[in-house]
Design a binder for this molecule. Structure first.
Ligand code: GTP
Ligand code: MG
Length: 195
């Protein structure tokens, strides 16, 4: 899809602030610093619309972006960062539950994982959590530019088997650095969005 417009709608700390327009949405999920915001930027060809950082914990609220006036990308705070207090963790859990359990227009979630590593226990829990809401999950294996071509098949198999990805869910090798996987990711998103 050619992206003609992309803008932030709101950084929402709670449900009351979510955009009311009944526009279909794709949400992101994944551990801190894995590359969720970078995925959004690459998909829409904007350098830093979704703010990124080399330090984990950059995204702290649910950030709604509107693309071509057609759909929302929802950037979310990551999980699995050790230096987070109990209070902050509970706040994060509430934020996720409020969104994933109740958001009517959510059409699919892009679960971002790092292709270099075996998915963590947190990644497994997240995949199962998303599946229990009956929303399709696209697993994006990002940072593909960081492994050798010869390692790809083995790493992707490890991801598929560790997460026990269901047949209806796509596993898409991706790089926010090179843009590899972008076309497949768009195709999958558009089919979920029914656009
Ligand atoms: P939080 O908002 O903190 O949860 O992080 P995030 O998941 O949004 O990660 P973010 O997009 O901010 O990226 C984290 C770091 O990884 C940044 O330094 C990015 O430049 C880098 N990064 C993200 N994707 C890729 C990729 O595909 N390849 C490479 N080489 N680096 C990447
Ligand atoms: Mg982020």
């Amino acid at each position: 899809m050619k992206v003609n417009s992309a803008d932030i709608v709101i950084s929402a700390a709670s449900q009351k602030q979510y955009p009311k327009a009944p526009i279909p949405e794709i949400a992101l999920a994944g551990r801190s610093n894995v590359g969720k915001s970078s995925f959004i930027n690459k998909m829409i060809q904007r350098k830093n619309l979704a703010r990124t950082s080399s330090k984990p914990g950059k995204t702290q609220t649910l950030n709604f972006y509107i693309i071509n006036d057609l759909f929302h990308f929802v950037d979310v705070p990551g999980y699995g960062y050790a230096k987070v207090s109990k209070t902050e963790r509970a706040k994060w859990g509430k934020m996720m539950e409020e969104y994933f359990a109740e958001r009517e227009q959510l059409r699919a979630t892009a679960l971002i994982i790092d292709v270099r590593h075996k998915p963590s226990e947190d990644d497994r829990v997240m995949y199962d959590y998303l599946k229990h809401f009956d929303v399709p999950v696209m697993v994006i294996a990002t940072k593909l530019d960081k492994i050798k071509k010869g390692q790809r098949a083995k790493q992707l198999k490890l991801v598929r088997e560790t997460l026990e990805i269901e047949d209806e869910d796509a596993l898409i090798p991706f790089s926010s650095e090179t843009g590899e996987g972008k076309d497949v990711a768009w195709k999958t998103m558009l089919s979920h969005l029914q656009l």
